[in-house]
Design a protein around this ligand. Structure first.
Ligand code: EPU
Length: 423
């Protein structure tokens, strides 16, 4: 298993080009199941999770090729309606094939994802939503078995706003007979993009980007092409790389990103003392003299994203005072905290609230990646820790950051990938 070896304290400045959004790709790829034919997804990032979704679709007989960030997906040859445990256990987003399969073929067998490194992460809202559209769903030997002659429109109210359940139910509803209303729908940019792709395929969706989606089912969709939106969490992570470098940084400019999608983070960074300039598809952060302690509470979009919580804690660990970071989306998502403490941070967690007492400096150590965003926070801390930090098990990072070490090297970081020890 690879590790990153980082010699901290190098001057960071320069440009980073942001790649396509992982969480948009993971929704767009299964959406192609809804029509027979060839779809092209450009700006698809080369990530481990995208490869996992590709392998899953390929096991269903779908033909996929990629060149220069464009993924070409031919669904004409689909011949299986099953998402096996071997794939789903690697990546929960595999559940996204459930809605499209039942909607188009009237059958699906999808493994239940099981637990996750930071808690149970249930899929009840996906199942209940698709059930309301008329699917018969049973749970059998760890699998969701769904059947329907043809789905019908229904009112679906999510108790919790869920990105995945909104996407799944929306994909099921576009081919249902009649109108579906999704209340308390997720409004994340990745869901907006999925809606736009479905509309390009011929779907009728009203209220895109709001919490109330009205979907008039159609008899058939056709294949379509789309350009994947930039990854807002990759963008946010690199902005924090600039911020955490503090006085040891020049300006960091992100290119090919969407500043609107990281609005909440930009406001927090400004509160913490950063000067941030934005253009249509770029963001520039000037060096920060000092980091002010700023509280953050995660929330659904456009709130502060849970996927930036770990990186924010890394930044706050070097702030000039105490800050409180609360995660209201995932209560147990604090696996990075004990590892940051190994680097010298002063953080305590009680329930879903982290109290971060800023320290003057961090010191390099060996730390363990536990999940994608936790690992990103450890890399950020390693960039400024004195001495050498080894971040073990970086396969977690490869799930969601394309060539992270190369992009950081281009900014001046001393970071390299090495073969790590096995556990
Ligand atoms: N929830 C339920 N039941 C469900 C589904 C969700 O109770 O059936 C709860 C969750 O436990 C959580 C809340 O609803 O408390 C929101 O979860 P959501 O369903 O929105 O998350 P998700 O769709 O599983 C996506 C991203 C995550 C990101 C969350 C929140 C993808 C593939 N994943 O997950 O991204 O953290 O939305 O924004 O889109 C990441 O990229 O590192 C990542 C984990």
């Amino acid at each position: 298993m690879d590790k990153f070896v980082i010699n901290g304290g190098k001057f960071l400045s320069g440009k980073v080009t942001i790649g396509g959004a992982k969480n948009a790709s993971l929704a767009l790829m299964p959406a192609t199941i809804l029509a027979s034919g060839i779809s092209r997804l450009s700006n698809t990032p080369d990530l481990r999770d995208v490869t996992t979704m590709r392998r899953l679709l390929e096991t269903m007989g779908i033909e996929i090729s990629s060149a220069e960030q464009t993924m070409t997906i031919n669904t004409a040859s689909i011949n299986s309606f099953e998402a096996p445990y071997e794939h789903v256990k690697k990546m929960r987003a595999s559940i996204y094939v459930l809605g499209p399969l039942v909607a188009r073929f009237g059958k699906a067998k999808v493994s239940l994802p099981g637990g996750c490194a930071w808690g149970p992460r249930p899929v009840n809202l996906h199942v209940e939503g698709i059930r309301r559209l008329g699917a018969e769903i049973e749970l059998e030997a760890g699998y969701i078995i769904a059947k329907a002659k043809r789905l019908h429109g229904a009112r679906v109210l999510f108790d919790i706003s869920s990105v995945g359940a909104t996407g799944n139910v929306m994909m099921a509803a576009v081919l249902a007979k009649g109108t579906t209303l999704i209340e308390n729908a997720a409004q994340e940019p990745e869901i907006v993009q999925l809606s736009e792709f479905l509309i390009t395929m011929g779907a009728k969706i009203h209220g895109v980007g709001t919490g109330r989606l009205e979907i008039e089912g159609v008899d058939e969709l056709h294949s379509a092409d789309i350009t994947t939106i930039p990854d807002r969490i990759e963008a946010g992570t690199f902005l924090i790389a600039g911020a955490i470098a503090g006085k040891r940084g020049g300006s960091i400019r992100l290119e090919k990103c969407n500043p609107h999608h990281i609005g909440a983070l930009i406001i927090k960074l400004e509160d913490a003392g950063a000067t941030v300039k934005t253009g249509t598809d770029w963001v520039e952060l000037s060096p920060m003299e000092k980091i002010a302690p700023i509280n953050a509470t995660t929330a659904i979009y456009p709130g502060f994203p849970t996927d930036m919580q770990a990186q924010w804690i890394a930044l706050m660990s070097l702030a000039g005072g105490t800050s409180i970071v609360t995660d209201t989306v995932y209560f147990d998502r604090f696996m990075h905290v004990p590892e940051l403490v190994r680097l010298g941070a002063n953080i305590t967690v009680k329930e879903n609230i982290a109290t971060v007492v800023g320290v003057r400096s961090l010191a390099g150590a060996k730390v363990m990646s536990t999940d994608l965003r936790a690992s990103a926070s450890l890399v950020l801390a390693g960039l400024v820790a004195e001495g050498t930090t080894e971040v073990l098990r970086v396969y977690h990072i490869d799930r969601g950051y394309e060539s992270m070490e190369k992009k950081l090297q281009a900014l001046g970081a001393d970071i390299r990938r090495e073969q790590g020890e096995e556990f």
